[in-house]
Each structure stands twice: as C-alpha cells, then as structure tokens.
Design a protein around this ligand. Structure first.
Ligand SMILES: CC(C)(COP(=O)(O)OP(=O)(O)OC[C@H]1O[C@@H](n2cnc3c(N)ncnc32)[C@H](O)[C@@H]1OP(=O)(O)O)[C@@H](O)C(=O)NCCC(=O)NCCS
Length: 153
C-alpha cells in the first residue's frame, strides 16, 4: 500500500446549517469533515476498523463563507505498529469562479483496532511518489511531539 492508494477526496458545499452568525463555517464542522475524510484514508490503509487517537492543533487561516465549496484531501503519511498519521489539506473554492484558497492543514493519528477492541498492527507503507519520503520523515517528528504531550497529561 502506498500513500497515494490511501488518498480520499471529499467535497462539501457550505450550507446555512454549517455556518455561524457571521455566515462562515463553524470550526467544529470543518473538524468533523476532516475526521471523516481522514478516517477513510486510515481504514483503506489498515483494511479494517480504526479510531481517532488524536488531532493535532488546527489553525483556520481564512474564513469559509456560506455557499463556498470545500474540498478535503487526505492521505496516510506514515504507519507505525498500530497507529497511522493522516494529513488532510482543506481548500475553499468559489463555486462560480473556481478561485481557491487554503483553509487549513490537519494531522490526525488513527489506531487500528480488532474485533476485541484491542489495537492491531497495520501494514508498512511503501513509499511511491517524490513527496512521500518528506512527509514520512516529518510525520516521525510530529509523532514524537504528540507522544511527549500524551505523557505529560
Ligand atoms: C487510541 C486508543 C485505541 C489507544 O489505546 P491504548 O490502549 O492507549 O494503546 P497504546 O498506548 O498501545 O497505543 C496504541 C498506539 O496508538 C498510539 N497513540 C495512542 N494515543 C496517541 C495519541 N494521543 N497521539 C498519537 N498516538 C497515540 C501509540 O503510540 C501506539 O502507537 P503504535 O502502536 O503505532 O506504536 C485508545 O486510547 C482509545 O480507544 N481511545 C478512544 C478513541 C476514540 O474513541 N476516538 C474517537 C474520539 S473520542
């Protein structure tokens, strides 16, 4: 399995129910879409059930207005024993002009579980494309930060 084979693209239109009083999308709504898109990638890689173990800090760099099209693209960057890092890039697209802007990038950790709810091993990724190695190396740095933070709780 290569990172490319785990890719998922999810498209949403920002509807009134997704927005706050300013007519822009709720952060929590974006986080929910991010979680779903990333879960599809993680399941593809694990070939079985997964749970979200953590979501790294999310920074929303630009508001997304009602009526905009939101596109989320995810892929697994790295696997360890039972856990995987999934990266998600979120872009907003103007529905008529097609003009695009970057809204946020998210990193999530999923853990594969078996029927007994215990963690189970996931396959190692085979690096395919040029950017795979860069993402794979960066994922290790992020994991170390996460695990340090987890210990400190
Ligand atoms: C995630 C969960 C399965 C981990 O179970 P656990 O018994 O703590 O298992 P371990 O400590 O052995 O961790 C399993 C793996 O997850 C990783 N992990 C656990 N918590 C993590 C975190 N917060 N961030 C990053 N990685 C984490 C571990 O490093 C380990 O990785 P590895 O097997 O690839 O080396 C468990 O905490 C759980 O079920 N959490 C709730 C998940 C959930 O319901 N999510 C939905 C939102 S609430």
């Amino acid at each position: 399995m290569t990172p490319t084979e785990t890719r998922c693209t999810m498209t949403q239109i920002v509807l009134p129910t997704h927005t706050n009083n300013h007519g822009t999308v709720f952060g929590g709504q974006l986080a929910a879409w991010i979680d779903i898109c990333a879960a599809v990638s993680a399941q593809r890689c694990a070939k079985g059930p997964v749970v979200t173990a953590s979501i790294d800090q999310l920074h929303f760099v630009a508001p997304v207005k009602k009526g905009m099209v939101v596109e989320l693209r995810s892929q697994v960057n790295r696997t360890w024993r039972s856990s995987m890092e999934v990266g998600v890039r979120v872009e907003a697209e103007h529905p008529f002009t097609g003009e695009r802007s970057h809204c946020c990038t998210a990193y999530l950790t999923f853990v594969a579980i078996g029927q007994d709810e215990k963690t189970r091993p996931v396959p190692e990724l085979a690096l395919g494309e040029a950017d795979d190695e860069r993402r794979w190396a960066a994922a290790q740095d992020r994991r170390e930060v996460r695990l340090t933070q987890r210990k400190g709780r």
